[in-house]
Ligand binder design. Structure first.
Ligand code: ASP
Length: 457
């Protein structure tokens, strides 16, 4: 059996939902269907999830928010009308939303989760209604009823191990189950959403729980590309890659797949396939446990902006027992997580997501590091991008780092930091954010410039 997940652009309007129905009908093994909320119909459009966030925030600031509510209802209405669905489904969706907005607003994060989750929940109801109208034995399934248990962390939930047992029962389904993505319930029955883009995570969890033969992730591109197509002209398509490669690339900005989504599928060894709803006959990209990397040691180049570095220098840092722990404790006290720590003998840089910093936080961190660790220098630099060269062959192929640094030198890109310590599948380079595109282009040319075919396997 297959679990198929359809992302926001695949369910953005009636035309797209018709394509989804055809894809489900075409293969009887596609028995569990995970859906996102309606996404953008074109570049300028607004995702339903974002409309819901506007609605929730308006209510929290005390507004009636009737206009914001109508904006959401109208998106579903347009779809329902075009699919010629019964009036009842629209009444159900509107009543559901009107009920949700009256929930307790004391805890803002919980309130927002209830509102946000309606995007996928109502879309799943609508889609199952359409499939039934087409004569299919389709059934909406609530994550509460199905037992998708998650940690009680609004907007940032994680699946609990107990969820898998209950969800495993879905394997026996004879019906086509339409499962809303993006949220689950805590043991106390409180709704919590995954991070943004989290329907991918739901799909992966369900696929792992039912031990699906395949987890298909339908989106709007034919495959994963070796670099961002908006930066590199017609990059090669990747036909086969490993979980680790996909995770590294998603982490560094490949938006085709949520970076946390692979872990459940990976742990149970479920193969994942990224496919195109608009071109389902294209084979897509297979994500698997292992691949032969001799031919293509590097599989992709990615870059993500929005990093800062805390630079700390102290003579004989390498000999001071406990220095690293004390330094990281200061970050922990501020609730800050870090991404990389390239280090020397007398200095270290902690690279972290810039959004976690504010003027106040920075001042406190610098003051504490200066006073408590007695350092020679500490300062925070902003506006970095992390460029990742990803491939299973990264560690075992001689000369890759040399080729990468030479290519960047030729493109006049200064490498601020370099990290090839722990990860076996990536080489991370910090550059100034304004150099990120030039770095991607130069590295793409170096590692893929000679490849004539449109795909690498
Ligand atoms: N609708 C949610 C979002 O836009 C989740 C998803 O589509 O995966 O983030």
């Amino acid at each position: 059996m297959k679990v198929a997940k359809f992302g926001g652009s695949s369910v953005a309007n009636a035309m797209q939902i018709r394509k989804v129905a055809a894809i489900i009908q075409e293969d009887a093994n596609r028995r569990i269907i995970v859906v996102s909320a309606p996404g953008k119909r074109d570049k300028e459009d607004i995702k339903v999830t974002d409309l819901l966030i506007t609605l929730g925030e308006a209510r929290l600031s005390g507004s009636e928010a009737e206009e914001e509510l109508q904006a959401v209802v109208n998106r579903y209405r347009a779809i329902a009308l075009e699919l010629e669905l019964d009036q009842a489904i629209m009444a159900t969706i509107e009543a559901d939303l009107r009920e949700r907005i009256t929930y307790d607003t004391n805890n803002h994060a919980r309130y927002m989760d209830v509102i946000k989750a309606s995007g996928e929940d109502n879309n799943a109801k609508l889609i199952s209604c359409y499939l039934q109208r087409l004569g299919m034995d389709a059934h909406y399934l609530s994550p509460l009823e199905a037992g998708l248990l998650v940690s009680d962390e609004p907007g940032n939930a994680q699946v609990l191990p107990e969820a898998y047992e209950k969800l495993a029962l879905l394997r026996e389904t004879k019906q086509v189950l339409i499962f809303p993505g993006f949220f689950g319930y805590s043991k106390e029955g409180i709704l919590c959403t995954f991070p943004r883009g989290g329907s991918d995570i739901t799909g992966s969890i369900v696929a792992a729980a039912v031990k699906a033969d395949l987890y298909e992730n339908f989106t709007d591109v034919d495959s994963v590309y070796a670099a961002n197509p908006t930066v590199v002209d017609q990059p090669v398509q990747i036909k086969r890659m490993t979980y680790r490669e996909m995770r590294e690339l998603s982490y560094a900005g490949f938006s085709v797949f949520h970076d946390e989504a692979l872990i459940p599928a990976f742990k149970k060894g479920i193969p994942v396939c990224v496919k195109n709803t608009n071109n389902p006959s294209s084979s897509g990209t297979m994500i698997i446990a292992e691949r032969e990397y001799f031919l293509n040691p590097v599989i992709g180049i990615a870059a993500d902006k929005g990093f800062a570095a805390i630079y700390v220098r102290k003579y004989l840092m390498n000999r001071e027992v406990g220095f690293g722990r004390k330094l990281l404790q200061i970050l922990e006290d501020e609730g800050i997580s870090y991404e990389h720590i390239p280090s020397g003998i007398d200095d270290t840089s902690i690279i972290l997501r810039e959004e976690q910093l504010s003027d106040d936080v920075e001042k406190r961190i610098v003051k504490r590091i200066t006073e408590e660790l007695n350092v020679d220098d500490v300062h925070i630099e902003h506006n970095f991008a992390m460029v990742m060269i990803v491939g299973e062959g990264m560690h075992n192929t001689i000369g890759l780092a040399a080729r990468a640094t030479a290519a960047l030198a030729q493109a006049n890109v200064n490498i601020e930091m370099l990290n090839q310590g722990s990860s076996e599948v990536s080489l991370g380079l910090a550059v100034h954010a304004e150099d990120a595109d030039a770095a991607i282009k130069a590295l793409y040319e170096e590692f893929f410039g000679g490849i004539k075919e449109a795909v690498i396997d």
